[in-house]
Design a protein around this ligand. Structure first.
Ligand code: NAP
Length: 241
């Protein structure tokens, strides 16, 4: 059975990925930060449908913990062949008022978190082949006002994806990124209505995407159908970019 590891899988896009990978026949390990209730509910719902998903509470900024999670996940589920670096946060604000901690938290979680899990698993992936999918953002592709920290972290993920793809292509490991635009999740739920309306007006399709849309693209990228695809950034943004 194929095994996927998804960081930040308890809610939002990561949760939809857990569900879609299980539906595609994978056993899935996922991580989360603090929301034990959401993680346990997801594990239960997957088990109820006859699938296998195991959650690990793990701070994505902690490199040593990444190694522990990978080891424990493989003991329970078997060799991981697909890694999805999805865990991410935003702490928006104009640069003029940005606290250094808001810069550091976002870079450490989004970019260093992606490094941590990739670094911890890459030795095994080059031995057996596999695929890494990194979740970046429209903000990393075109830049967004009020998101210098987030845009920088996500642009960093794009550079990381392209470089690593070239580095490991000869080992039969593919590395791609997905750049979602505006997707309805907890991350975007707090926006006030006026801002939301303004954002929708900028999207050629006039509406947000769903976590499910992003998850289905990830399943494709991990699959044999995408065996000639590496080093790419897949925009999924209703035409925004
Ligand atoms: P979300 O609903 O806020 O869920 C975030 C997930 O990441 C949760 O599972 C959370 O765990 C986990 N997480 C957060 N910080 C973590 C940490 N330090 N260590 C480990 N896990 C952590 O977010 P989302 O909207 O699904 O976003 C998922 C990814 O897509 C992110 O990388 C985000 O930047 C990207 N993205 C989102 C959008 C969008 O419009 N929503 C657009 C472009 C890109 P807990 O449940 O424990 O908190």
């Amino acid at each position: 059975m194929n095994v996927a590891l998804i960081t930040g899988g308890s809610r939002g896009i990561g949760q939809a990925m857990v569900e879609e990978f299980v539906a595609a026949g994978y056993a899935v390990a996922f991580t989360y930060s603090s929301n034990v209730q959401a993680a346990e509910a997801l594990e239960g719902a997957i088990a109820f449908k006859g699938g296998r998903a195991v959650g690990f509470q793990a701070e994505v900024r902690d490199f040593a913990r990444a190694g522990e999670v990978i080891k424990a996940a493989q003991e329970q589920l078997g060799p991981i062949t697909t890694l999805i670096n999805n865990a991410g946060i935003k702490k928006d604000g104009p640069l003029m008022r940005m606290d250094p901690s808001a810069w550091q938290d976002v870079i450490d979680t989004n970019l260093t978190g992606t490094f941590n899990y990739s670094r911890a698993l890459i030795g095994e992936l080059v031995r057996r082949g596999g695929s890494i999918i990194n979740v970046t953002s429209t903000s990393g592709v075109v830049g967004m006002a009020g998101q210098t920290n987030y845009s920088a972290s996500k642009a960093g993920i794009i550079g990381f994806t392209r470089a690593l793809a070239k580095e490991v292509v000869r080992f039969d490991v593919r590395v791609n990124a997905i750049a979602p635009g505006f997707i309805e999740t907890d991350m975007t739920a707090g926006l006030d209505e006026a801002v939301r309306k303004k954002l929708y007006a900028q999207i050629p399709m006039g509406q947000p995407g769903s976590a499910r849309d992003v998850a289905k693209l990830a399943v494709y990228l991990a699959s044999e159908d995408a065996k000639y695809v590496t080093g790419q950034v897949w925009n999924m943004d209703g035409g925004l970019t």
